[in-house]
Ligand binder design. Structure first.
Ligand code: GLY
Length: 363
C-alpha cells in the first residue's frame, strides 16, 4: 500500500504519495483540468514517458509531451522558452496543467514554467531520481540557473500532487542514485540522528536499493522536508537548514562547470566543508565530523574537490554569486552536532580559506 505524507500549507496543501507503480494525476483531474503538457528529459522520456502518458490518459487527462536535453545545462532560460512555446502551440490555457517527469533539473525547470505560464497553472511532480524524490520535488522551490550561478531566477510554487514511484529508481544509473543519497545524509545530519544511524548501519542495503529500507528512508526524508516546509514555506527562517552544505556545494558545481559534478556530489563535498567550518566555529566534535565524511565516502560520494586545479580564489568568487550571500559575504548553515544547526553564519576569510586547504588535503 502507498504511504502518504501531507504537506500542510493551508489552501496550497498537498500530499506526497510514496509507493510502487502508483497512479499519477488524480489530483490534477480534481482541479478540473483536461489537458496539459508532460515534460521530461532525453534520458527519462524513452524509459518512462509512454507509461506516464498512458497513466494520465487512462484517467481522462489529455497530454502532449516535450523532451528537453538531459543535463544541468538545460536548466536554463532557453529551455524555459521552449516550454512556453510548446504550451502556446498546444493552446494550453489557465486551466491546463504541467507534469514534471524527471530529476531535479526537470522538476525545477517545469515547476518554474508552470508557476509563470499564464501566471500559474496546476503542476504535478513525478520525480524519477533519488534526489528529486527526497528533496527537490517537495516544497515548491522552482527556477533556472544563470551563467553567474545556480537557481538565480525562480519562485516558490507548490505542486498539487507529488507522486514518488519507487519502481522508477530501478532504472536510475548508479552514479545518480548515489548522488541523491547526499541529500538523505543531509536530513540525518540536520534533523534526525536515527536516520543517520539507520543509513550508517545499512550502507549495503541502501546501495542495493533494497525495497522496504528504501521506502522507509524516502518516506522519512519526505516527512522531515514536509515538516520544515509547512513551518517556513518561503525560507524566512528554519527552512534555511536545508541549505546545509549548499553554499560551498553550489559554488563548486558552478566552478567545475554544470554537469561535471552531479548536485549531490557537490553537496557531499559542501557538507564536508561545512563540517570543517563547524569544527572551527561552533565546536563540532572531531569524531562527529569524521563520522559524516566516513558515511559519505562509504556510500561512494566524494569528500573533496575532484578537480585538482580548483583554486580557493575560483571558489570564493563563485560564493559571492550565491543567493545566500549578503553584501558579498557568504552565509553558512553550520552544525554544533547531529540534529543541531545554526543558520545564516558568517565566517572570517581566513577560516574559509583554511577549511578549503583541509578539504584539498583529503583528496
Ligand atoms: N532544497 C532546499 C529546499 O527545498 O529548501
Amino acid at each position: 500500500m502507498a504511504r502518504r505524507v501531507h504537506v500542510e500549507l493551508g489552501e496550497r496543501s498537498y500530499d506526497i504519495v510514496i509507493g510502487r507503480n502508483i497512479r499519477i494525476g488524480t489530483v490534477l483531474k480534481q482541479t478540473g483540468a483536461t489537458g496539459g503538457l508532460l515534460v521530461s528529459d532525453s534520458n527519462i522520456d524513452p524509459v518512462h514517458g509512454d507509461a506516464c502518458q498512458a497513466g494520465l490518459e487512462s484517467i481522462g487527462l489529455k497530454v502532449a509531451r516535450l523532451v528537453i536535453p538531459a543535463g544541468e545545462q538545460s536548466k536554463s532560460m532557453t529551455s524555459l522558452c521552449r516550454i512556453y512555446d510548446r504550451a502556446l502551440e498546444l493552446g494550453l490555457d489557465r486551466f491546463s496543467f504541467m507534469v514534471a517527469l524527471g530529476g531535479g533539473m526537470i522538476g525545477d525547470l517545469v515547476g518554474f514554467a508552470a508557476a509563470t505560464y499564464m501566471r500559474g497553472i496546476a503542476l504535478a511532480q513525478v520525480p524519477t531520481s533519488m534526489l528529486a524524490m527526497v528533496d527537490s520535488s517537495v516544497g515548491g522551490k522552482t527556477g533556472v540557473n544563470l551563467e553567474q550561478g545556480k537557481n538565480l531566477v525562480g519562485s516558490f510554487y507548490q505542486p498539487v500532487e507529488v507522486a514518488v514511484d519507487l519502481a522508477l529508481l530501478e532504472t536510475l544509473p548508479e552514479r545518480e542514485f548515489v548522488s541523491g543519497l547526499a541529500e538523505v545524509v543531509k536530513y540525518g545530519v540536520i534533523d534526525d540522528f536515527e536516520l543517520f544511524e539507520l543509513i550508517e548501519a545499512n550502507v549495503d542495503g541502501v546501495l542495493q536499493r533494497s525495497g522496504k529500507l528504501l521506502e522507509q528512508i524516502v518516506a522519512r526524508c519526505c516527512e522531515i522536508k514536509a515538516g520544515i516546509v509547512s513551518e517556513d514555506e518561503r525560507e524566512g527562517g528554519r527552512r534555511a537548514i536545508l541549505n546545509f552544505g549548499h553554499t560551498f556545494g553550489h559554488a563548486l558545481e558552478n566552478a567545475e562547470g554544470y554537469g561535471r559534478l552531479l548536485h549531490g556530489e557537490a553537496l557531499a563535498v559542501g557538507m564536508v566543508y561545512a563540517a570543517e567550518l563547524s569544527a572551527w566555529e561552533c565546536g563540532l566534535p572531531v569524531d562527529q565530523k569524521e563520522r559524516r565524511s566516513k558515511l559519505l565516502r562509504s556510500l561512494g560520494l566524494p569528500v573533496s574537490p575532484a578537480d585538482a586545479g580548483m583554486t580557493w580564489n575560483m571558489l570564493r568568487e563563485k560564493m559571492t554569486a550565491d543567493k545566500k550571500t549578503r553584501a558579498s559575504v557568504p552565509r553558512f548553515v553550520l552544525a554544533e552536532g547531529i540534529g543541531s544547526v545554526i543558520i545564516g553564519r558568517t565566517v572570517s576569510e581566513e577560516v574559509l580559506a583554511e577549511a578549503f586547504e583541509v578539504l584539498v588535503c583529503r583528496a
